[in-house]
Design a protein around this ligand. Structure first.
Ligand code: ADP
Ligand code: PLP
Ligand code: ZN
Length: 297
């Protein structure tokens, strides 16, 4: 762990708007990281719009890029970050990439956002769930599922904070020492639950952050959140609660700005999903003002 690092970020690219690498690369760079993006897809815009066009990278093409890097001795990374992945073959190749990079740097940190769905709906092929569960989670250092994804990975129904904490414990047992359930709604309140198991077999240190839910729907926030959690938890390796406070604080300031801008333009923010104001929020990325505090359990 140090103040900086070299991150291989394998995520979507959109020409317009901010999801995937478009919402992860810039903030990580602002926090001082070298970021090497591999674009797992290149789409015109995110898939929440009425239509989109573009290309999808397959597993062989991903491996090709890795071989190119290897041929020049360019495969030393401190971190790998992965987000939305659309096929089993691509996910299998990601596993191959992680193993390869760990053979070069045994201390490689793998931060995995197991993107599978939201609000009870799966938006990846069903076979992916099994691969995440059996093969990907065991390799991850930090996992950032939402409520639905945590349920899919553990088989638990999460109806309470206790259930959320239990899900984290189950995930620790499968591999990752850090787990952050980034959004979970309990009794109408938006919560983040974080859990850090500092040593195998030890009881994890757990906390929550209560977040004021903004009545609008944003895309790219999950990808941004995971990138910020990587960035801050590397700087504060023993304080996942602090890393989460910093990440949540950036998110809240950015979402407030996004909402204000849309309203100022005379736009109804509840009518469709909003593009986040990422570039305009660079000060809040670099120097978040912590308003929401983590509460230790
Ligand atoms: P995912 O896409 O993985 O389901 P979300 O985008 O729901 O994750 O949430 C990631 C983070 O973004 C949350 O932890 C929260 O800080 C912020 N966030 C997203 N949507 C809202 C919202 N409507 N109101 C307040 N915060 C939000
Ligand atoms: N990647 C692509 C191509 C998308 O279309 C989307 C959402 O539409 C995302 C990633 C994920 O966005 P979020 O961070 O809101 O989960
Ligand atoms: Zn997500």
């Amino acid at each position: 762990p140090s103040d900086t690092g070299r991150v291989l970020s394998i995520q979507s690219h959109t020409v317009q708007g901010y999801v995937g690498n478009k919402s992860a690369v810039f903030p990580l760079q602002l926090l001082g990281y070298d970021v090497d993006p591999i674009n797992s897809v290149q789409f015109s815009n995110h898939t929440g719009y009425p239509t989109f066009k573009g290309q999808v990278l397959n597993g062989e093409q991903l491996w090709d890029l890795i071989e190119g890097l290897e041929a020049n001795d360019l495969l030393f990374y401190t971190h790998v970050l992965t987000g939305y992945i659309g096929s089993v073959s691509f996910l299998d190749t990601i596993l191959k990439v992680i193993n390869k990079l760990r053979s070069i740097n045994p201390n490689l940190t793998y931060v995995c956002d197991p993107v599978m769905g939201d609000e009870g709906k799966l938006y990846v092929p069903e076979e992916l769930v099994h691969v995440y569960r059996e093969k990907v989670v065991p390799l991850a250092s930090m996992l950032t599922p939402n409520q639905f994804e945590a349920e899919k990975l553990t088989g638990l129904r999460i109806n309470s904070e206790e259930d959320g904490r239990e899900a984290c414990a189950i995930l620790h047992a499968a591999g990752p020492s850090k787990v952050v359930v980034t959004s979970i709604i309990i009794g109408g309140i938006l919560l983040l639950i974080g859990s850090h198991q500092k040593e195998k077999g030890l009881k994890p240190e757990q906390f929550k952050i209560e977040i004021h839910k903004i009545p609008a729907y944003f895309t790219g926030t999950g990808d941004l959140m995971t990138a910020l959690l990587l960035g801050w938890s590397n700087k504060y390796p023993d304080n996942l609660d602090k890393a989460a406070e910093l990440a949540v604080s950036t998110l809240q300031a950015l979402l407030r700005r996004t909402l204000d801008d849309y309203k100022r333009a005379g736009y109804d923010p509840t009518s469709s999903s909003l593009e986040i104001r990422l570039i305009q929020s660079q000060d809040e990325i670099r120097n978040p003002n912590v308003e929401l505090k983590a509460e230790r359990y």
